[in-house]
Design a binder for this molecule. Sequence first.
Ligand SMILES: [Zn+2]
Length: 561
Amino acid sequence: MRLLLYSLMACVAFSCSSQSTVSVVPPATPVEHPPVEARKSEQTPPKLFVGIVVDQMRTDYLYRFWGDFGEGGFKRLMNDGFFCADHHFTYAPTYTGPGHASVYTGTTPAIHGIISNDWFDKELGKMVYCAADTAVDGVGTIKKGGKMSPHRLMSTTITDELMLSSNFRSKVVGLSMKDRGAILPAGHHPTGAYWFMGAAEGIWATSTYYTKELPNWVKEFNDRNLPANYLNEGWNLLRSEATYDESYADNNPYEAPYPGQLRPSFPHLFPADLENRFDYIKSSPLGNSLSVDFAIAAIEGEQMGQDQHPDFLALSFSSTDYVGHQFGPQSREVQDIYLRLDLELERFLNYLDGTVGEGNYTLFLTADHGGANVPGFLKQYNMPGGYWKPQSMLDDVDNHLKSKYGAGQWVLQYTNDQFFLNKALIAKKKLDIEDIAEEIVAIAMQQPEVYDAKVTSELLEVDHIEKPWRNVQRGIHPQRSGEVLVLTKPGYIENGYTGTTHGSPFSYDSHVPLIFFGKNIPAGETWRPTAIRDIAPTVSKLLRISQPSGCTGEMIFELNR
Ligand SMILES: [Zn+2]
């Protein structure tokens, strides 16, 4: 301490000038350094970092399907890697866009600004999609689904920081069936971001935000016509029917059939004359297989993991989400897609071992959100939960405001459990927006499915320490979010009677796996609560780069062993 003080005084006195030949610093005693091999600062980063996001994967799937997994996929990651057992999204809404943004920025929607997949843009006065960008065009496709970019993402990502740190000599590729699953992780200046165009196209595409023309390796991949071949195989159970005893019976009332199919049961066939046939790639395990094929093509096409500048592959498996939505967590379809994903992970890990080399790459696997149990299924077993239809609340609010304040569109939009009020009309009539918001809260509280409702500005005044409002608070962006927030009771979803959804701050939506694996990762597990925003600062340490600009997470210190 005294040494530091003397140094500071010397600095002030001589402005730290190199001419300060007169020193008041006493001679330093030599410091004992630990042996070089024991110092973490001497660790070199991996040649390749792979970020894997499994769309709608709940932590309990690891446990529920453990006995059915092989040795080379999830079990290898868990046994040889580091597992965070109490890992949560510490914000709401738990959707795909915010999920991917939060993993890669190390912060929550309150700062990165991706407050949902779609939200009401107050300036434009209309709904916008998180990745849609009218200023760009598709490359490889002329469809609207090609007009995408990360322009709404308000923080840098770990992939951005990797590019900055290597003076743009690293290669960063994002890929996913879903555009937002590729675009948000890849950041603002990647080598490339690619997503799958379904319907009648069946190809991987990008946008003019990234490039004017698809690279040759992408064109060559599209020319192989793998999607059509995969669809001809259809989807049947991987194993014998009797082994699916972790799941509910097939063809049950809580799952929905594919369009054009009579029953929601195996085998699922995708004949050549199906309309929008390539959408079935996305909504079946075929999409995960195709994503691994494309990831391998990307590593080869971009020569990733081959030089001293670390590269980053951001891979998101979307098909698990489509299947989860349609069939629900208890379905055989969900069990089967995870058994198949286990095999795809094994194939991918074996590929990485063979090309980049075991010990040369590091990987994390997490999810972008969990998913609720199907409320109808829960009800059958007397467990709490139900369906929430906000329309009667919206009618009550509309009637109340019109009868009290006169005609007009007082509520511009209700979306993501938030009311967006007509501020211009309220100002014109010289009314107090807080009064109107309080009246809406009172009406929302009369709904039997609603747990609580709050005025956004009041919620932000108090630092809530308890879930679920603490989580909701971290999802509110000061400029982008609505003026009143509604929170339903746990187990309630805004959905049809088959399948499920996600988005709440509750544990079934927030509790997801986090596994680190590979170079510089000790084997182990922690039960300490960790948050999704902790991933990015931890990855930044492992890559020896800056943390993303909006980062609010903390390093998972158990990896420092
Ligand atoms: Zn998702």
